[in-house]
Write a new protein. Structure first.
Ligand SMILES: Nc1ncnc2c1ncn2[C@@H]1O[C@H](COP(=O)(O)OP(=O)(O)O)[C@@H](O)[C@H]1O
Ligand SMILES: [Mg+2]
Length: 173
């Protein structure tokens, strides 16, 4: 990963899926409030994942959930819209709005109520929910780069900016 950073954005080259997993492993303790930098902000946060089909949104979320201690099967929520997980006092909500068509679906399902402060909310295809979603703490856009990927991270809150400052590129051999 070669970082080119400004305070609110970070672009990374993710050579292979291992690099995506490494990024997810760095993000997990930040979102879970288990990183020293989050001692005052605590757990919880909202992550948006954008990019074409196959760009690696689910792969990143899956690795993040694994790193956070989720042990069972981690399904893509592309049909169910939402898969949720609980690890001790942490609550994870993984959405995929790809098939989302009607704004009322969102309101009817009461999803908004899940957006409590300490929840960890991971949303694929947030753009399909239009204006209904508040800005995330961190937005990750994944793009194809040959057989690799590029990740463009943008922070929209103090929490997101804090996370960005804590990400370190992996050591090169
Ligand atoms: N950094 C990467 N470089 C190359 N391939 C990757 C990388 N990250 C993930 N992949 C692969 O890309 C695919 C991503 O699929 P998936 O996560 O389901 O995409 P999405 O949820 O964005 O539609 C998987 O086959 C995964 O192994
Ligand atoms: Mg997906």
């Amino acid at each position: 990963m070669e970082p080119s950073s400004t305070p609110h954005t970070l672009s990374l080259h993710l050579e292979d899926e291992d690099a995506t997993v490494a990024l997810a492993q760095q993000l997990a303790p930040l979102l879970c409030g288990q990183h020293p930098a989050t001692i005052t902000s605590g757990s919880g946060g909202r992550l948006h994942l954008r990019g074409e089909l196959g760009a690696g949104k689910t792969a990143l979320v899956r690795a993040l959930l694994r790193a956070a201690g989720v042990t069972g099967r981690i399904k893509s929520p592309s049909y169910a819209l939402l898969e949720s997980y609980n690890v001790s006092n942490l609550y994870f909500y993984h959405f995929d709005f790809y098939r989302f068509s009607d704004a009322r679906e969102w309101l009817d399902a009461g999803f908004r109520e899940l957006m409590h402060e300490a929840a960890i909310v991971l949303i694929e295809w947030p753009e399909k929910a239009g204006e209904l979603l508040p800005p995330p703490d961190l937005d990750i856009l994944l793009e194809y780069s040959g057989s690799s990927r590029h990740a463009h991270l943008s922070a929209y809150s103090d929490k997101g900016r804090l996370w960005l400052t804590q990400l370190t590129p992996p050591h090169r051999p």
